[in-house]
Design a protein. Structure first.
Length: 205
């Protein structure tokens, strides 16, 4: 899709009768699509690497709550533009893992929630320990998902419909699931159409 868009709008730019405003609009679209294509390539390579990986290396003890908080700040430009209210309950929780890998997990989940939460919506992120597990929840007031969508949600390149695929790549949640598997953890989701979604990640302490 990004390649088709880039090709199509590049051809339109050859029209010498276009106004300056039209040219600027088409160029902005091409830039956005090249960024999307770059992300698609990066995520495809990452998922391929994770699929063949069997153990997590370069692990260290660090504060998981602080990492999740920083990831939400990294995405603040997007959720502030949509005027989304984000509430966090992120106590200090020590986790032994690969920082870079876990950052991919949190950014994918938070960005997914932001993308599918409407203007002036709400997102709640929480973290706690229970029965030897670290549990992270992220709930949103987005459009929710049907049972059929939930069956395929973590499949690579899966996109529920045209509206959901407008900006998505269909890889973020596949990457998130693979990372939790490598950490001997799990990721689940509860959702219903019109009622938002709740993603839960459980990791061994």
């Amino acid at each position: 899709t990004p390649i088709s868009s880039i090709n199509g709008f590049a051809e339109l730019l050859l029209d010498k009768t276009l106004s300056v405003e039209e040219r600027e609009e088409y160029l902005k679209i091409i830039i956005e699509e090249t960024i999307r294509l770059s992300k698609l390539a990066t995520n495809t390579i990452l998922l391929s690497r994770l699929s063949s990986q069997q153990i997590v290396t370069d692990t260290e003890d660090y504060d998981l709550g602080e990492q999740i908080r920083q990831c939400s700040i990294l995405l603040s430009k997007v959720w502030l533009e949509k005027e989304i209210e984000i509430t966090c309950a992120l106590p200090s929780v020590t986790f032994k893992g690969n920082r870079e890998l876990m950052q991919h997990l949190w950014i994918n989940l938070i960005s997914n929630a932001v993308e599918h939460t409407p203007q002036n919506g709400e997102i709640a992120i929480s973290l706690h320990e229970e029965d030897g597990e670290i549990i992270m929840n992220i709930a949103d007031t987005g459009e929710g998902m049907s049972e059929e969508t939930l069956k395929h949600l973590f499949d690579p390149y899966f996109q529920a419909d045209a509206s959901r695929s407008s900006k998505g790549l269909g890889l973020g949640l596949s990457i998130a699931k693979r990372i939790t598997e490598l950490c001997n953890g799990s990721i689940t989701v509860e959702s219903a159409v019109g009622k938002g979604s709740l993603f839960t990640v459980k990791l061994p302490k």
